[in-house]
Write a protein that binds this ligand. Structure first.
Ligand SMILES: *Cc1c(COP(=O)(O)O)cnc(C)c1O
Length: 223
């Protein structure tokens, strides 16, 4: 079942778009099923759950942390994460750098942009993100690599609204790229799109899509 759904999703992705299979709330056995079908990139949104799964699953899995991250949980995530998609403050970025140094790791980070019309979502507004980059403290952090942006669109049936939000994220990425990362090829990722909106995100330039429900089925707990 998982294998068939996974293959259906792979088939829809253009070459430049990579899949993060979002496995939060699904047991390790289901992740292993997807792993055996060939998927290596998985997304989790709770520090404890990521750590527990990483301990028991194959070591060549590339773990992506996609949930809101409190600074006191960073040390649980840093030993395992290949990339943290949800950096929403300079303070969090500094803490990731500090813990990455302790664990002798380098962590790829995406800046989360708040583009949705929902109070509950986290992230920098486009202006806040550009201000943070302009201020420059991030340049002194040598155990984190800024790789691009992540965003979530509003949970709505209004396709036009979703498209506009992805476009705003894309424009903000382009500005940041041009102003601060023109010489840094590693700043190249746009993590946009979930089960319900990833075709739109791909249209608007996603390089990473984060898909859970469409692969693993409904989660028993909604987050
Ligand atoms: C849960 C989650 C996803 C996946 O959502 P689905 O609708 O199940 O595909 C993607 N991104 C983030 C940040 C999430 O928390």
């Amino acid at each position: 079942m998982i294998e068939e759904r996974l293959k259906a999703v792979w088939k829809e992705l253009p070459e430049q778009v990579r899949l993060v299979a979002v496995s939060k709330f699904h047991p390790a056995e289901q992740i292993l099923e997807a792993y055996e079908a060939g998927q290596r990139r998985f997304g989790e949104n709770h520090a404890q759950e990521l750590a527990a799964k990483a301990e028991v699953l194959p070591k060549d899995i590339e773990w992506h942390f996609i949930g809101h991250l409190q600074t006191n949980k960073v040390k649980q995530v840093v030993p395992h994460a290949h990339m943290i998609h949800s950096v929403d403050s300079l303070r969090l970025l500094c803490e990731i750098d500090k813990q990455a140094r302790r664990f002798d790791r380098h962590i790829n980070c995406l800046l989360q942009l708040h583009v949705a019309q929902e109070e509950t979502k986290f992230g920098f507004t486009p202006d806040e993100m550009l201000q943070m980059l302009d201020e420059g403290t991030w340049r002194t952090l040598d155990h984190v690599q800024l790789c691009g942006i992540m965003c979530m669109a509003t949970n709505t049936d209004d396709v036009q609204q979703i498209r506009q939000e992805f476009q705003l994220a894309r424009r903000t990425f382009d500005l940041a790229k041009q102003r601060y990362f023109a010489d840094d090829d590693r700043f190249c990722e746009r993590s946009m799109g979930m089960s319900d909106d990833y075709p739109i995100a791909i249209d608007e330039g996603a390089t990473l899509v984060r898909i859970g429900t469409k692969i693993f089925g409904e989660r028993t707990v909604k987050v």
